[in-house]
Design a protein around this ligand. Structure first.
Ligand SMILES: [Zn+2]
Length: 214
C-alpha cells in the first residue's frame, strides 16, 4: 500500500507542533450557528478515515521512524476501527481545549479528561533507558496507539511549556486549523497564505467592488 498517495499525506504542516498538525487533519470545521463559535460544529472533509490514514500522517510528520511504520502497516492489514474513533475523540478534545485557551475561556473538564486518559496510558508505557552514556525516554512497544501517545504528549508539552498567547485559530471561513504563531509581530492570521490568506484577499476585493461598482 502506498501511504503517500492518501489525501492526508498531502496536508500542509502549518501547526508548528505535532498535536496542532493533528488537529489540522480535517478540511475544516463548520459551526452550526455561524455567528456563535461556541455552538456545535461539524467536521468538513474528514481526512482520518482508517488506520492507514493514521500511518500516512505519521509518515508525513515523521513522528514514527519508517521501519516502525512499515511493521505497523503489515500488522494493520485487517484494519482497526476503534483506534480511529479514539484518535478523532482525542483530536477534537485537543482542538476544543486550544480553542478555549485562544478565546481566553476555561477548557471543558470533559475534554481535559479525554486528553488525560490517553496521557495516563501513554506514560504507563514510557520507560527510561540508558544507552551510549545517556538517559532518554522510550515507549515500551510499537503499536498504532503509540501514535496517539505521541500526540497526547505533544499536547501536554504545548499546554505546559509553550507561550499560549501564540496559539491561533486560522481566520479563514470554516477552516478552524490551529497553529503556533512564531512570527516576530505575533500577527499571523492564516493557516496558509496560499489558501485561506488568498481567499480572504479575494473576498475583501469582491466586497470592495460591490461597494464601489465601476
Ligand atoms: Zn485556514
Amino acid at each position: 500500500m502506498n501511504l503517500n498517495q492518501r489525501p492526508i499525506a498531502l496536508l500542509n504542516l502549518v501547526g508548528g507542533q505535532l498535536c496542532l498538525d493533528f488537529v489540522n487533519t480535517v478540511g475544516g470545521r463548520k459551526y452550526l450557528l455561524s455567528a456563535d463559535q461556541t455552538s456545535d460544529y461539524v467536521i468538513i472533509d474528514e481526512k482520518l478515515t482508517d488506520c492507514y490514514d493514521l500511518l500516512a500522517w505519521s509518515q508525513l510528520t515523521k513522528s514514527l521512524p519508517e521501519d516502525q511504520i512499515q511493521t505497523l502497516l503489515l500488522e494493520s492489514q485487517h484494519g482497526n476501527k476503534s483506534i480511529i474513533k479514539q484518535a478523532i475523540d482525542l483530536r477534537e478534545a485537543i482542538y476544543r481545549i486550544c480553542k478555549q485557551i485562544i478565546s481566553k475561556k476555561e477548557p471543558n473538564p470533559l475534554d481535559i479528561s479525554v486528553l488525560n486518559q490517553t496521557l495516563s496510558i501513554a506514560y504507563s508505557h514510557a520507560k527510561l533507558v540508558f544507552e551510549e552514556g545517556e538517559f532518554f525516554w522510550q515507549w515500551d512497544r510499537n503499536s498504532l496507539d503509540k501514535i496517539l501517545w505521541l500526540i497526547a504528549d505533544s499536547a501536554a508539552e504545548l499546554l505546559t511549556t509553550v507561550d499560549l498567547t501564540r496559539l491561533r485559530e486560522c481566520g479563514g471561513n470554516d477552516c478552524c486549523w490551529l497553529f503556533e504563531d512564531t512570527s516576530k509581530n505575533k500577527m499571523r492570521q492564516w493557516c496558509d497564505m496560499q489558501t485561506c490568506g488568498n481567499l480572504a484577499k479575494v473576498r475583501r476585493f469582491r466586497s470592495k467592488l460591490n461597494k464601489n461598482p465601476k
